[in-house]
Design a protein around this ligand. Structure first.
Ligand SMILES: Nc1nc2c(ncn2[C@@H]2O[C@H](COP(=O)(O)OP(=O)(O)OP(=O)(O)O)[C@@H](O)[C@H]2O)c(=O)[nH]1
Ligand SMILES: [Mg+2]
Length: 355
């Protein structure tokens, strides 16, 4: 408990420094997603990190006098802590500023130290070497080793593949299911919806609208009926009619509501989904990490989809989730159109941040 308190005060101290720095810096308008007038935001922006690394490459990785003296007769230098310390400070602040979870941020900086200090680099390529190291650490942080290609996974699963979507209220589960159906159909897979949110007013009609637009069949029942029974019927229907995939919706719920989590466990017991996917908002910040952990404990998650990245000025959750929860981020939602579901590719994201 004491340790946690210290950690927070440390974070608060750092955030205070950021605020001071922000006031002293003249705003240049960068680092904001979905700027006025721009029609489509990049998938993950995190320009704060880009700024730190670019700044580091151009001016902050100043080779210390000691390093300069020892490398007088060589084209290479071995980076010392003194050479890269300003970059670490600047990067750490930028990660916190971008809402990367505190522990993840500390781990990243420590990995970067290990990777950079002592590294022999060409005097002319210090900036590039530093950027490469940051990119590698970023990509590694966003990877769990349990990533998979959803379409291939479904194609390799006995028909019908059953996928359950879980998560808090309003996170984008139903919309994501519709986007996913569109994607799966484009990959020649036949899709059936299970309207297993029998709780929220208009949830069934909302799903029916998507089913009609996408020309997808849907199994439904009355409001108040058992969501597990609806999912069970949907799976049987899919089996009888040779569907490839059943996408099972569920009512939004908080991880702290025991009754609703028990209801979710019942759906899992009854239909034994092949995949359980958590859908959460990308701007959930640090609380989303704990929430994913609780859902994972309750039902065992196979993947995460982060929605509304088009509205997220920071993007830090996309960096933190894999490292902090060990559940892979599979896709991100970047808008309200069906095509606005993008695969989450750590290497590409890291490259995009640093380009
Ligand atoms: N901008 C943006 N909006 C999104 C995205 N994904 C979902 N939404 C919007 O978020 C709102 C809630 O989406 P739903 O799909 O109804 O969320 P839900 O999790 O099913 O909500 P409940 O069933 O009430 O728990 C809708 O207005 C969606 O259009 C996204 O990636 N970007
Ligand atoms: Mg819904």
């Amino acid at each position: 408990m004491e340790g946690k308190k210290e950690k927070y005060s440390e974070k608060e101290k750092k955030v205070g420094e950021i605020e001071k720095r922000k006031e002293s810096e003249k705003p240049d308008g960068r680092g904001m997603l979905a700027e006025e007038g721009s029609s489509r935001a990049p998938v993950v922006d995190l320009s704060a990190i880009e700024r730190a690394v670019r700044g580091g490459a151009k001016k902050e990785v100043k080779v210390s006098i000691a390093s300069r003296i020892t490398s007088i007769f060589s084209d290479e230098i071995a980076l010392s802590e003194a050479d890269v310390a300003p970059l670490f400070d600047s990067l750490e602040l930028s990660l916190l500023e971008a809402d990367v979870a505190y522990d993840v941020c500390v781990e990243m900086v420590s990995e970067l130290k290990k990777s950079l200090i002592g590294r022999r680099v060409s005097k002319k390529r210090i900036g590039e070497e530093v950027k490469k190291a940051v990119g590698e650490v970023l990509a590694k942080t966003m990877t769990t080793g349990k990533e998979f290609d959803l379409v291939q996974r479904i194609k390799g699963t006995q028909k019908p593949a059953k996928i359950l979507f879980v998560g808090p209220n309003g996170a984008g589960k139903t919309t994501t299911i519709a986007k996913m159906a569109d994607l799966l159909k484009r990959n020649s897979l036949s899709v059936l919806f299970s309207a297993s949110d029998t709780f929220r007013a208009a949830a069934i009609e909302q799903m029916q609208v998507h089913a009609d637009k996408l020309d997808v069949k849907m199994v439904k029942s009355d409001y108040g009926s058992d969501p597990a029974a609806v999912a069970f019927d949907a799976v049987n229907y899919a089996r009888a009619h040779n569907f490839d995939v059943v996408l099972i919706d569920s009512a939004g719920r908080q991880e702290t509501n025991k009754n609703l989590i028990d209801e979710l466990k019942k759906i899992v017991r009854v239909v034994k989904p092949d995949l359980k996917i958590y859908v959460g908002e990308s701007f959930g910040g640090n609380p989303i990490i704990g929430q994913i952990g609780e859902f994972d404990k309750a039902v065992g998650l196979d993947g995460v989809i982060l929605t509304k990245l088009d509205c997220d000025a920071k993007g830090g959750s996309a960096i933190s989730v894999a490292r902090a929860t060990h559940v892979p981020v599979l896709y991100v939602g970047v808008g309200q159109e069906y095509a606005d579901l993008k695969r989450f590719e750590p290497l590409e994201v890291a490259r995009g941040i640093l380009e």
